[in-house]
Design a protein around this ligand. Structure first.
Ligand SMILES: [Zn+2]
Length: 268
């Protein structure tokens, strides 16, 4: 909430009818310029004032309203003392202090209510948004899992075994489906050091052509590796090998290490 607008401070007192003629005229002229913050504050304050008759003073007041109203009351008290010296300002009759004090108490309660309602609405909206996000995330994961299952089970998929040069490493299994993409999976895959990652490459058949970079993935903590390439960067026919290298986080545009795993794409 910005407090750079000097009129904003006067709105509550304006709604309570406790401003003098000059200040009132100033606020009215300012409201007429269309200041959105003050119009909003005025609507809220008028509502608060309209509710005063129905409420009992209890609960915690808003700090801002407390401060602003107490300041108004104090300023007017000070003014009341010097009113003889400043003749253009009318004295505030004693009975009005009682009214203002009651209004202040009522307004405390009401503003607290409004804020607590707003807070509840905000929390509900947050919860809903989180649930929607969760749902979207799980349906996205479900769609990916379904796609993987289709690639792995469809007899039309081309299966590619990817053995490692180092025989201590497990053999990775790949399946390539023309429409659905490539799945590469393996168990007990050693975790690359630090933030380094494993990256898939498509090595073209064309002599001298550079490996085409694909996705990167780190095995999970159990060494499970499960990579889905929904849109392979090259065709099954044009690809000779699938290869996996270890690369810096985020992957590389061309391999920076010797492939750990290589699988020949035989095709059908
Ligand atoms: Zn304003």
């Amino acid at each position: 909430m910005s407090s750079s607008d000097p009129y904003r401070e006067l709105i509550e007192a304006f709604a309570l009818g406790s401003l003098d003629v000059e200040e009132r005229a100033g606020v009215e002229a300012h409201i007429a310029t269309g200041c959105a913050e003050c119009r909003k504050a005025l609507a809220e304050s008028l509502w608060v004032v309209s509710q005063l008759a129905y409420l009992t003073p209890e609960a915690v007041p808003s700090e801002r309203l407390r401060g602003s109203l107490l300041k108004t009351v104090r300023a007017e008290a000070a003014e009341a003392k010097t009113v003889v010296l400043r003749t253009p300002r009318p004295a505030i009759p004693l009975w009005m202090w009682g009214t203002v004090a009651a209004a202040v108490l009522f307004a405390f309660y009401n503003t607290y209510e409004v804020q607590s309602l707003r807070e509840r609405i905000r929390k509900t909206q947050e919860t809903l948004a989180a649930q929607v996000k969760l749902q979207q995330e799980s349906s996205r994961q479900l769609a990916l899992a379904r796609r993987e299952a289709l690639i792995l089970t469809d007899p039309k998929s081309t299966r590619i075994a990817m053995p490692a040069e180092d025989k201590r490493f497990p053999v990775l299994q790949a399946a390539w489906h023309r429409e659905l993409g490539i799945v590469v999976s393996g168990q007990k895959v050693p975790l690359p050091s630090g933030k380094r990652t494993l990256q898939l490459w498509l090595v073209p058949k064309a002599p001298g052509a550079k490996p085409v970079p694909s996705l990167t993935l780190r095995p999970d903590a159990d060494g499970k590796f499960d990579l889905l390439v929904a849109s392979p960067p090259d065709s099954l026919e044009g690809t000779k090998n699938l290869a996996i290298t270890e690369e810096p986080e985020g992957g590389s545009p061309q391999p920076t290490t010797t492939p750990i795993w290589v699988g020949a794409v035989a095709g059908k």
